[in-house]
Design a protein around this ligand. Sequence first.
Ligand code: NAD
Length: 330
Amino acid sequence: MLARIADVYGHRFEFSEQQVGGAAIDATGDPLPADTVASCREADAVLLGAVGGPKWSDPEAKVRPEQGLLRLRAELGVFANLRPVRVNPHVAAASPLKPELVRNVDLIVVRELTGGIYFGEKSRTADAASDLCTYTTGEVERILHVAAALAAKRRSKLCSVDKANVLETSRLWRQVTDRLIPEQYPAIELETLLVDAAAMHLLSRPADFDVIVTENMFGDILTDEASMLAGSLGLLPSASLGHSRCGLYEPIHGSAPDIAGKGIANPCGTIASAAMLLRHSLELENEATAIEVAIDQVLAAGKRTADIADGGSDVTGTADFAQAVVAQIN
Ligand SMILES: NC(=O)c1ccc[n+]([C@@H]2O[C@H](COP(=O)([O-])OP(=O)(O)OC[C@H]3O[C@@H](n4cnc5c(N)ncnc54)[C@H](O)[C@@H]3O)[C@@H](O)[C@H]2O)c1
């Protein structure tokens, strides 16, 4: 896909392939070898395939594929995870929700990726456990800037999600939000929701949302919920961004071991991740949009991978679907 974009739009991209996760453990014993880190640091952007699988899932194992991914995020300093959910009207029926409810959904969840309870100090005794949740004003401000800048380029609506009625970190989050957004982004329409209410509103009025910003754990949970608006994990892309130009782009799904090698995986999430890469790291907006339009056109023509197939569709495999999208770029 990227080679085709380069041909059609007159760019020259240099590609380098490196190992991470299980393949890297097999080859070197390390889920994130030094060569991979060096190559990613030199790159303008990183497109990642999923890590993990049953071969490396022994709970007793000290070295796991997922460690490679977490370390890579830390190495690249990517603190903002963007997950767009846009429901293509032609595949609205693939959603478990009513098609009329999801048809106009076009939202992005911006999740804080490197702070909060996942990174706090942990302790464990025989009959008690603790996970510390910490946020600083600076961490909240920088993710709000990412979310507000995105909203300003879209429908100028920002919804901040917290649990300010119970959690001190959420009270800080809300205080910073209520100050920073009106002060620095007066044109943005700000809504604040408690996370439990947000989980409900995402299902009852998903098309109302434009940009949703939230902390790490709430974002982890809400993004999986939001992904089901689109109907299949295989459809959705993501971008993880930091202060530098180099972002990390990956489909939201894992390695799908149950269908591995069958040639039936939906490639849309990966192809749309390449579109996000062009938009956010290379500032090639027209090229990014061309890819998204190409995916829409193939779906509109009735082609489907098995995960989103309906009665009347032309069911095809991964390679054929991807080729059809590539062929739309001309
Ligand atoms: N970012 C990552 O690299 C990442 C993310 C999630 C899970 N994982 C790893 O992936 C492995 C499998 O995890 P899982 O089964 O919980 O999640 P998964 O996303 O791999 O699969 C969940 C379900 O969705 C289906 N699915 C996923 N992608 C699809 C696609 N493109 N087309 C059609 N169907 C698709 C799968 O067949 C499966 O039924 C685990 O080792 C996990 O740790 C990695």
